[in-house]
Design a protein around this ligand. Structure first.
Ligand code: CMC
Length: 431
C-alpha cells in the first residue's frame, strides 16, 4: 500500500482498490476516483459537492478556515489596496500581473469592444420596462452569440480570446442599457477615455442633455467592489459555466447560463435580499426577533448575507467592504446611515449568538455590498447585475482554462436512481 493512495474496500464483495491521492499547491488533497466505477462498479454520492473537487484549476484559491482568498496567488487584501479592476481582469485571464505597457494595451483592447451592436438596442426594447434587470441580462448576454458569431470557433484560441474581450468590455454597456430601459431614459454610449468603472457610472447616470462628471470616490468604491467580486473558484455560477462549456457550447451562451445561476438568493442574489431584509427589520429593536426566526428550524427565514459553504471564518471580502462603507458614507455626509448602523448591530448580535458561533456563520461578501451600492445610487434590483459584471472575468477565465485543457471532456454527473423499477405500460382505459 502506498502512502499516496487511499484504499477503498467494498465490504459486500470483498473487492478492494487503491486510488491515487493527488496534491495541489495549496489546500486539501483529492482522491482521484475516476477509475472507481470501472474497477469497483460503484459510484460516489455527494449532491451538494461537499467533498468533491469538480476540476483542477490555477485561478483562485480559498482557505475557508483561515478566511483567505488568493487570485493567482495574490492575497485579495493586497489587490484591493493596490490594484485596479482592469489589472485584476488581466491577472485572472492571463495568470500574471501585466507590465505597464501590457496593461495599457489591454485597456485599449477592452476599450475597442465597449460598444454593442445597434440592433441589440432594438432587441432590448422588446423587454417590458418593469422586467427584472437580471432577466434582461440573461437574454441580452445570450443574444451576443447571435450578434457576434464571427469569433465563435471555440477550437481557435484567438477566437476564444476575442470573445472573452468582447464579453468583459460589453458587460457594463449591456447592464447600463438594461437600467436605462428600466427607468425609461435614453441609452448612453460608452466613452472610452473613462476607466472601466467610471464608464459604467456614466452610462448609468448621465443623460444626453447634461454634462456628467464621474465622482472619484464612487469610481474607487466600484473598482474595489468589482475586484472583490471578480472570481471565487468553483462556486455555483462558475461551475454552471464550466458544465455548459463542457458540451462545447459557445462562450456567450455559457456566460448567460452563469448569470442565470448567479441570480439565485443563495448565491449572488443575496445582495438584493440583504437590503430587503434590512429594510424589513427596520429598527435595531427588531433584530432579536429576526435572529430568532433565522434560528427556528420551522421558519424558512435565513439571515441573508451570512454563512458560506467554504468560509468557516470571516469572509475577507466582507471586512474590506465594511471598511469601504465607512469611507463612502462619510463622503456622502451620511455617516449615521440607518441601514449601515442596523447591519453593524445585526452582525454584532449574531456573532455573539451560540447558533451562529457553533455553525461558523459569519458575514459574507453580500452582507455589506448593498450599503455601498445604495450609497452610489444603484437601485436594489441592479445589485446582482453589478455582481454579474464583476464576475464575468471569473467565468471567462474558468471557461478559457477548461477549453485549454487537453483532457477536457463533457461534464456528465451520474445519479443514485430511486424511482420506479422496470414495469409495463398501462393503457389509458385501465388506469
Ligand atoms: N441563517 C441562518 N442559518 C443558516 C444560515 C443563515 N444565513 N446559513 C446557514 N445556516 C444554517 C443552516 O440552517 C444549517 O443548519 P443545520 O446544520 O442545523 O441544518 C447550517 O447553518 C449549514 O447551512 P447549509 O445551508 O447546510 O450550508 P450550505 O453550505 O449548503 O449553504 C449558504 C451556504 C451560503 C447557501 C447559506 O449559508 C445561506 O443560505 N446563506 C444565506 C444566503 C447568502 O448570504 N448567500 C450568499 C453566499 S456568498 C456569495 C455568493 O455565493 O454569491
Amino acid at each position: 500500500m502506498s502512502e499516496n493512495t487511499v484504499t477503498i474496500i467494498n465490504n459486500a464483495t470483498g473487492q478492494q482498490i487503491e486510488l491515487p491521492l493527488r496534491n495541489g499547491t495549496e489546500g486539501a488533497s483529492v482522491v482521484d476516483i475516476s477509475r472507481l466505477y470501472r474497477d469497483l462498479g460503484v459510484l460516489t454520492f455527494d449532491p451538494g459537492f461537499f467533498s468533491t473537487a469538480s476540476c483542477h484549476s490555477a485561478i483562485t484559491y480559498i482557505d475557508g478556515e483561515k478566511g483567505m482568498l488568493l487570485y493567482r496567488g495574490y492575497p485579495i487584501e493586497q489587490l484591493a489596496t493596490h490594484s485596479s479592476y482592469i489589472e485584476v481582469v488581466y491577472l485572472l485571464l492571463y495568470g500574471e500581473l501585466p507590465a505597464a505597457e501590457e496593461l495599457r494595451r489591454f485597456e485599449a483592447v477592452i476599450g475597442r469592444h465597449t460598444m454593442i451592436n445597434e440592433a441589440m438596442r432594438d432587441f432590448l426594447k422588446g423587454f417590458h420596462h418593469d422586467a427584472h434587470p437580471m432577466a434582461m441580462m440573461v437574454g441580452m448576454v445570450g443574444s451576443l452569440s447571435a450578434f457576434y458569431h464571427d469569433s465563435l470557433d471555440i477550437r481557435d484560441p484567438r477566437h476564444r480570446e476575442i470573445s472573452a474581450h468582447r464579453m468583459i468590455a460589453k458587460m457594463p454597456t449591456i447592464a447600463a442599457a438594461c437600467y436605462k430601459h428600466h427607468i425609461g431614459e435614453p441609452i448612453m454610449y460608452p466613452r472610452n477615455h473613462l476607466g472601466y468603472c467610471g464608464n459604467l457610472l456614466r452610462m448609468m447616470y448621465a443623460t444626453p442633455c447634461e454634462e456628467y462628471e464621474v465622482n472619484a470616490l464612487e469610481e474607487q468604491a466600484l473598482n474595489l467592489l468589482f475586484i472583490l467580486h471578480a472570481d471565487h473558484e468553483q462556486n455555483a455560477s462558475a461551475s454552471t459555466v464550466r458544465l455548459a462549456g463542457s458540451s462545447q457550447a459557445n462562450p456567450f451562451a455559457c456566460i448567460a447560463s452563469g448569470i442565470a445561476s448567479l441570480w439565485g438568493p443563495a448565491h449572488g442574489g443575496a445582495n438584493e435580499e440583504v437590503l430587503k431584509m434590512l429594510e424589513e427589520i427596520g429598527d435595531v429593536s427588531n433584530i432579536e426577533k429576526y435572529i430568532a426566526k433565522a434560528k427556528d428550524k420551522d421558519d424558512p427565514f435565513r439571515l441573508m448575507g451570512f454563512g458560506h459553504r467554504v468560509y468557516k471564518n470571516y469572509d475577507p471580502r466582507a471586512t474590506i467592504i465594511r471598511d469601504m462603507c465607512y469611507k463612502i458614507l462619510e463622503q456622502k455626509a451620511d455617516s449615521s446611515n440607518p441601514l449601515f448602523e442596523l447591519a453593524l448591530r445585526l452582525e454584532e448580535i449574531a456573532r455573539k449568538d451560540d447558533y451562529f458561533i457553533s455553525k461558523n456563520l459569519y458575514p459574507n461578501v453580500d452582507f455589506y455590498s448593498g450599503i455601498i451600492y445604495r450609497a452610489l445610487g444603484i437601485p436594489v434590483n441592479m445589485f446582482t447585475v453589478m455582481f454579474a459584471i464583476a464576475r464575468t472575468v471569473g467565468w471567462v477565465a474558468h471557461w478559457m482554462e477548461m477549453m485549454d485543457d487537453p483532457d477536457q471532456r463533457i461534464g456528465r454527473p451520474r445519479q443514485l436512481y430511486d424511482g420506479a423499477r422496470l414495469r409495463d405500460y398501462v393503457p389509458l382505459e385501465r388506469r
